[in-house]
Ligand binder design. Structure first.
Ligand code: 4AD
Length: 577
C-alpha cells in the first residue's frame, strides 16, 4: 500500500477538521498535520517566498510540492506533543471541576437538611446596636466580657471568612461593626455555606471579650446561638464586590453611589458630616442664634448672574437660590442673630474638585457688629464646631481614620490682607495664568485664582483669614473700608488642601451707598425692595458669612474632592442618581 501523503500549503491551506490534507484540500501548518495524522506519513509542503499569494496565481501551478524539512518536522512533532499534553491537562481539570461541583452540590444538598432553631430556654436577648457607645450596650457593662449576656443584633455582612469548621462574619449596622462567630451546625447550614456579602441578618448570641492577643472591633465578639438571613444579597457576577471595588473608576463609583455609600470611607465621611452639621446647630444655639429657613425659589441674585439656575415658575421666571444671605439680613430686626443650613445652587460650568451645582451652605448673619467682631465670631464658631464634633469618640475616631495627621487649628488664625497676599504670591513666583495669555506676576486688583490660592494656603499650611479684597472683585453688597476705600470689609477663610471654605463680609447699611452699588453693578434695585427697605427702617452695622459644608468636610476628612463629601453629588454634567 502506498505511503499516505498529506499536503501543507502555508498560503492557502486551512487548519480545520473539514480539510482532508489532500493536494486540493491542504492544511496550513505542518504542526496541525502531525497532530491530526501522527508523524509517520509523508508530508509535502509549499509556500510562496514573499508569503503573499500573487494575485490571479493558480495555487496548483504556483510552486512545487517539496517533502517537509527535517527541522520543520521536529518542530511540528514538538508542537503536537505540547498540544496533546495541554489538552490532557484541561480534560483532567474539567473532570476535577465537575467532581468538585458534584461534591459541592452534595454538601449543599446535605446542608439544606440542617435546620437551626432558637433555643427558647436561653435567657432573653437584648437588642443592641453595634457601637460601644450604644446606651443598651453601656448598660451591659461596656459590652465586654459579660458572660451569659445574650444580645440580638441586626445588620449586613461586611466581610466573611471560614476557618476550619467555624465561620467569622463582620456585621455592619451603620453604628459600628461586630465580629460574629458561627460554630457547629450554625456554620454548616445552606445559608452559611452560600452567605454573600451585604446579606442582611439577625443574629442572637453571647457577647464576649476577644481572647488575649486577638483583634476585633471594640475588642469583643458575638458567639452566635441562632441567626436568620433577612435578605440574601446577590452573588456571582452580580456580587457587590464585582460591581464596586478599589479599581473602579470615579465616574462608575458615582453612578453606583448607592452602593459606594456602603464602603468604609464613604460611610465615615457621611457620618462625620452628620456630626458636623449637628455641631453647627448646637454651637449656634450656644451663641443664642436663631435658625431660619429662607426660600430656595427666588427672583433675585446674590453672587452674580453667571451662576444662576433659572426655571419656569408659573408665568414668571425664578431662580434656585445662590445664598440665603439677603433673607437672613431681613430677619435681624425681629429675631436677633440668625443662621441657616440650606442648599445653595450654582450653575458652575467648571469641573474643579471644589465646585458643586448644589451644596449645603451654612450661613449666619450678626447684628450691630464690627468687622473684627465678625472675624472673631467666625474663628470661634469654626473651632467650637470642631471641639463639639471631636467630643464624640466614634466621630473622632472616624476623622482620624480618614485624616490621621489631623490637628486642631491654632488660634488665632493667620490674618492676611488681600494686598499682602498679592505681595506673597509675587515673592513666591506664583504667577497668574489667564486664558489665552502668558503667565505674569499678580498685581493689585487681580482675582486670585483657585490654583494660586491653594498653593499659597498649602505652603502656609494653617487656616488663613484673607481680608480686604478690592470692591471690583467682590459682591455688590460689601462696604468699603473707611481707611482704604480701594478695598472692602470682606473675608475669605482659606484651609490647607482645599482653599476657600468661607466667604463673608460686613454689609452696606447705608441706603444711598447700597443704591449706588446696584447702579454700579447694573442691577435693577426694584426687585430688591424687601432688601433695601432694611436700610430705611432702622438700619444697623451688620455682617455675616457663608461656609460650604462639603468644603469644610473635604478639609476635615482629607478628601480630594467635595463630590465625596455629599450624599449624591450634583455638578456640571451629573444630576443622577
Ligand atoms: O463666597 P460665596 O459665594 O459667598 C456667598 O454666597 C455669600 N452670600 C455667603 C454669605 O455671606 N452669607 O460662597 C460662600 C461659600 C464659599 O466659601 C464656599 O465654601 C461655598 O460657599 N461655595 C461652594 N461650595 C461648593 N460648590 C460651589 N459651587 C460653591 N460656591 C460657593
Amino acid at each position: 500500500m502506498a505511503e499516505p501523503t498529506f499536503y501543507i500549503d502555508e498560503d492557502v491551506g486551512e487548519d480545520t477538521p473539514s480539510q482532508q490534507g489532500t493536494e486540493s484540500s491542504p492544511y496550513k501548518t505542518l504542526g496541525f498535520a502531525v497532530l491530526t495524522h501522527g508523524d509517520s506519513p509523508k508530508f509535502l509542503a509549499r509556500k510562496s517566498t514573499s508569503g503573499d499569494v500573487p494575485e490571479g496565481s493558480d495555487a496548483a501551478t504556483r510552486l512545487e510540492w517539496k517533502p517537509a524539512a527535517k527541522a520543520a518536522l521536529k518542530k511540528a512533532k514538538n508542537y503536537a506533543a505540547q498540544y496533546q499534553k495541554k489538552a490532557a491537562r484541561e480534560q483532567e481539570l474539567l473532570v476535577q471541576r465537575s467532581k468538585e461541583d458534584a461534591d459541592r452540590k452534595k454538601v449543599l444538598d446535605e446542608a439544606k437538611k440542617i435546620v437551626i432553631e432558637e433555643d427558647k430556654s436561653l435567657p432573653k436577648a437584648i437588642r443592641i446596636k453595634l457601637d460601644n457607645t450604644d446606651p443598651e450596650t453601656i448598660k451591659l457593662g461596656d459590652g465586654k466580657d459579660v458572660k451569659g449576656t445574650r444580645v440580638r443584633i441586626f445588620g449586613r455582612v461586611h466581610r466573611e471568612r471560614r476557618q476550619k469548621e467555624n465561620m467569622f462574619i463582620t456585621l455592619r449596622d451603620g453604628y459600628g461593626f461586630m465580629q460574629v462567630i458561627l460554630t457547629g451546625q450554625l456554620a454548616k447550614t445552606y445559608d452559611a455555606l452560600t452567605l454573600t456579602r451585604e446579606s442582611s441578618m439577625e443574629i442572637l448570641g453571647e457577647l464576649r471579650a476577644v481572647p488575649e492577643g486577638a483583634h476585633a472591633p471594640n475588642g469583643r465578639e458575638l458567639h452566635a446561638d441562632y441567626y436568620k438571613i433577612v435578605g440574601k444579597a446577590a452573588g456571582g457576577d452580580d456580587a457587590i464586590t464585582n460591581r464596586v471595588s478599589k479599581d473602579t473608576d470615579h465616574a462608575t463609583l458615582l453612578d453606583l453611589r448607592h452602593l459606594t455609600l456602603r464602603g468604609e470611607t464613604a460611610s465615615k465621611v457621611m457620618i462625620v458630616r452628620d456630626a458636623v452639621e449637628f455641631a453647627f446647630n448646637s454651637v449656634y444655639k450656644e451663641l443664642r442664634m436663631r435658625k431660619v429657613s429662607p426660600p430656595a425659589l427666588v427672583q433675585t441674585q446674590v453672587e452674580g448672574g453667571a451662576t444662576l439656575f433659572g426655571l419656569p415658575y408659573y408665568n414668571e421666571t425664578a431662580y434656585l437660590t445662590q445664598s440665603s444671605q439677603l433673607y437672613l439680613e431681613t430677619c435681624l430686626p425681629s429675631m436677633g442673630d440668625v443662621f441657616c443650613i440650606e442648599k445653595s445652587f450654582r450653575a458652575e460650568k467648571s469641573l474643579t474638585r471644589r465646585h458643586l451645582a448644589e451644596y449645603a451652605h451654612v450661613e449666619a448673619e450678626l447684628d450691630f457688629i464690627t468687622f473684627d467682631d465678625l472675624l472673631e465670631h467666625l474663628e470661634h464658631v469654626m473651632c467650637r464646631v470642631l471641639e463639639v464634633t471631636l467630643s464624640d469618640p466614634t466621630t473622632k475616631q472616624y476623622i482620624l481614620d480618614l485624616h490621621p495627621e489631623f490637628k486642631m487649628p491654632e488660634r488665632p488664625f493667620l490674618r492676611m490682607r488681600y494686598s499682602e497676599a498679592i505681595d506673597w504670591l509675587v515673592e513666591h513666583n506664583i504667577d497668574i495664568e489667564e486664558e489665552g495669555e502668558a503667565p505674569r506676576p499678580h498685581k493689585f486688583g487681580d482675582d486670585i485664582a483657585e490654583a494660586a490660592e491653594r498653593k499659597m494656603t498649602d505652603i502656609i499650611n494653617r487656616p488663613i483669614f484673607l481680608t480686604h479684597f478690592p470692591a471690583e472683585i467682590k459682591a455688590f453688597y460689601m462696604p468699603k473700608d473707611k481707611d482704604d476705600p480701594r478695598v472692602t470689609e470682606s473675608v475669605d477663610c482659606l484651609m490647607p488642601g482645599v482653599g476657600e471654605i468661607v466667604g463673608g463680609s460686613m454689609r452696606m447699611w447705608d441706603y444711598d451707598e447700597l443704591m449706588a452699588a446696584f447702579d454700579r453693578e447694573k442691577i435693577d434695585p426694584a426687585a430688591y425692595y424687601w432688601y433695601t427697605d432694611q436700610r430705611k427702617y432702622g438700619t444697623s452695622p451688620h455682617g455675616g458669612y457663608g461656609l460650604g459644608l462639603e468644603r469644610f468636610l473635604a478639609w476635615l476628612c482629607k478628601q480630594h474632592t467635595v463630590r465625596d463629601c455629599c450624599l449624591y453629588p450634583r455638578y456640571f454634567g451629573r444630576c443622577k442618581p
